[in-house]
Design a protein. Structure first.
Length: 381
């Protein structure tokens, strides 16, 4: 059955952020999504969604014409939804994992889709107390979405390294900068996607999975990158949730610029999935300390060097899209560190995971006026 792709004009942008709901006193994850949703005013309810666990909520933008527009919406959502969470004796915090809450203590959201996921996947899904940032970029048609799919998949290792924000899990340092992706890779149809040669190959894959009874539709393909045919976007799903709103928007700007840059060039076809898998593992383990193998150059190149070079290359695209300031924020991450590095800095000073959660809460709540680099400076302490 054809999976109709409803294209988008321009490189419209949509951003989704999954947030922790934590007890205001203990810092533990708490199942208060129902209470918060009940209290939210009507104008906020469409922008806030349930997730698999009751201790998680998602905030999301509508399609936006620019990164600046998306940033303004997310700033307001973080602030207002955070205030309603406070009315429920809770706080919002943003990172790829919670530092110490146990997955076995989390309650499942009572919705049919989530019940089915748990019944089908059991322990694999029961552990999935993780938090990601998803970025949608509008593309015009089936041909361009597959080119964006392949080229963005090539960039997954670097994007993950820049977004790494989950060093802690179940009260321990895992030794990984992004623990979240290693947990999620145990899901079926997760990780780096197939290297599709064309849109018809994507449709055939979805048909095969539907016919086999594995999925209802393509939204059960939980890859790092996927065509989102119903809304006409390419969706990047590999990013850890960001504590700093500035970092979240810099990664969104980078994603938008990358897609625009890819589609301005001749198509290159399927990507080297095997090499991307190896480089992604390095990103998960080492974050920005990783070096990625470049088959064309025949050498491994430091992630920081690749990030700096990419920002330089994409500056003209950022100017065209009006997100050059947000794109420059990638250099703030390169110079000042990722969320994982900031979390480890806090823990090394105090030896108390509650201090880590307190800093996550503090830095997730945006100031109403925030200049580029402000959040990263705050996180350096």
């Amino acid at each position: 059955m054809p999976v109709e792709f409803k294209g988008s004009r321009g490189y419209t942008l949509g951003v989704e952020e999954e947030m922790h709901i934590v007890d205001a006193t203990t810092g533990e994850l708490v199942p208060r999504i129902e209470e918060i949703m009940t209290r939210l005013p009507e104008d906020l309810k469409e922008a806030v969604s349930y997730e698999l666990f009751q201790s998680v909520l998602e905030i999301k933008t509508p399609p936006c014409a620019s990164v600046a527009e998306a940033e303004g919406i997310l700033r307001e959502l973080r602030s207002r939804v955070g205030s309603w969470a406070a009315a429920c004796n809770s706080s919002l915090a943003s990172a790829g994992t919670h530092p110490f809450s146990l997955y076995k203590d989390q309650k499942i959201t009572a919705q049919d889709r989530y019940k089915r996921v748990i019944e089908t996947l059991r322990w694999v899904a029961e552990r999935e107390v993780i938090f990601g940032q998803h970025v949608h970029v509008g593309v015009p048609d089936e041909e361009t979405v597959i080119e964006a799919h392949n080229r963005l998949s090539e960039q997954v290792p670097l994007l993950l390294a820049l977004s790494a924000n989950s060093p802690y899990w179940q009260g321990m340092d895992t030794g990984y900068d992004s623990t979240r992706v290693k947990i999620f890779e145990t899901f079926p149809r997760s990780g780096l996607p197939p290297a599709f040669p064309d849109y018809e190959a994507f449709e055939r894959y979805v048909d095969l999975m539907v016919d086999s009874g594995a999925i209802d539709d393509y939204t059960f393909c939980w890859w790092d990158v996927r065509p989102h045919s119903k809304i006409g976007t390419i969706e990047l799903r590999v990013l850890d949730s960001q504590t700093s709103l500035n970092s979240a928007m810099s990664l969104s700007a980078l994603t938008q610029c990358l897609v625009a840059s890819f589609l301005a060039k001749d198509p290159k076809g399927p990507y080297d999935r095997e090499l991307a898998i190896e480089n992604k593992w390095r990103a998960s383990r080492h974050g920005l300390e990783a070096a990625f193998y470049d088959a064309g150059e025949g050498e491994s190149i430091p992630a920081r060097t690749l990030a700096r070079n990419l920002v330089n290359e994409l500056r003209p695209v950022g100017q065209d899209l009006g997100c050059e300031n947000e794109l420059e924020g990638i250099l703030e991450i390169v110079e000042n560190g990722t969320g994982s590095q900031h979390q480890r800095n806090v823990y090394e000073r105090s030896g108390d995971f509650l201090d880590v959660v307190a800093r996550l809460i503090e830095s997730t709540r945006p100031a109403m006026i925030e200049t580029p680099g402000e959040s990263q400076s705050e996180e350096r302490g």
